[in-house]
Ligand binder design. Structure first.
Ligand SMILES: NC(=O)c1ccc[n+]([C@@H]2O[C@H](COP(=O)([O-])OP(=O)(O)OC[C@H]3O[C@@H](n4cnc5c(N)ncnc54)[C@H](OP(=O)(O)O)[C@@H]3O)[C@@H](O)[C@H]2O)c1
Length: 247
């Protein structure tokens, strides 16, 4: 089992543990991120720890269309056609700034949604032509319910959820699996220093959980598992009451 897996946003704390979980299982990896030096350091670490082939390269989620097509051509030249793609990049942004500054809203939408669509459209074509493989999209529980504290980020992840759901439906007929991952709070640079966090998970636990969910053939997974019920409870709060709460 050495088929290549492409990790997009590979310097993310969660992505590093997903990459380690695939390396542990013997996969060749291509790690892609904006910071070419840091992602090469991550690649080197995995080569040493797991003795697998790991390549790295520069990737920007906002380098839409031709930029992404060119990037994928380079990946294929280096490791061959990826059998799996893990979309891990994401941008939380600042909700209050995004409310008054469209540049910040644009960054949130551009990275979490438009960037994901641009690169996954291209990956989907390649996977469908191979008639096999998988896509893992790391979304968020924030996409389940709009809340005043992060509805720009939540809306971008909600868009990603529906995109991944449609893609799963389409690619099922080509034998390609699509897994949507909805983590709750995870202890990573994205949440560092945030007040009032609860039920915070370790990125190691989430990384391994993502690969296990793929192996179990899941379509959607909440990580850790109890977030499914936290979000269900939140969705059951009537809108008339929810809008009065400062969530
Ligand atoms: N941490 C949580 O509590 C949590 C909860 C739910 C979902 N998630 C999701 O989990 C995923 C991983 O996040 P994380 O928690 O591991 O946070 P993280 O360590 O802060 O990682 C975020 C990653 O996204 C990359 N990124 C941002 N903009 C990019 C762009 N334009 N092009 C390419 N890469 C870009 C960052 O690269 P740079 O280093 O270059 O900025 C970084 O590697 C994200 O999709 C996030 O939304 C996280």
């Amino acid at each position: 089992m050495t088929e290549p897996v492409l990790i997009l946003g590979a310097t993310s704390a969660i992505a590093r543990h997903v990459a380690a979980a695939f390396a542990r299982r013997g996969h060749t990896l291509f790690l892609a991120a904006r910071d070419a030096r840091e992602v090469e350091r991550a690649a080197s670490d995995l080569r040493i720890r797991f003795g697998v082939r790991v390549e790295s390269g520069e990737f920007d989620a906002e380098d839409y269309e031709e930029g992404h097509a060119e990037f994928l051509r380079r990946v294929v030249e280096r490791v061959g056609e990826p059998h799996g793609v893990v979309l891990a990049f994401g941008y939380l942004g600042e909700q209050e700034l995004a409310e008054r500054d469209f540049d910040e809203s644009g960054r949130i939408i551009g990275r979490n949604f438009a960037g994901a669509v641009s690169v996954l459209n291209l990956c989907a074509e390649r996977l469908a032509a191979q008639r096999g493989g998988f896509v893992i999209g790391i979304s968020s529980v924030a996409g389940d319910v709009g809340r005043q504290s992060n509805y720009l980020y939540g809306a971008s992840k909600a868009g990603l959820n529906v995109y991944l759901q449609g893609l799963r439906n389409r690619l099922f007929h080509a034998g390609v699996r699509v897994l949507t991952v909805k983590p709750g709070f995870v202890d990573t640079p994205m949440t560092y220093g945030m007040p009032r966090l609860f039920l915070v998970a370790a990125p190691e636990e989430v990384g391994e959980g993502i690969v296990r969910a793929l192996e179990r053939g899941r379509n959607v997974v909440y990580l850790p598992w109890f977030w499914r019920y936290v979000m269900l409870a939140l969705r059951l709060v009537p809108e008339g009451l929810r809008k009065r709460l400062k969530l």
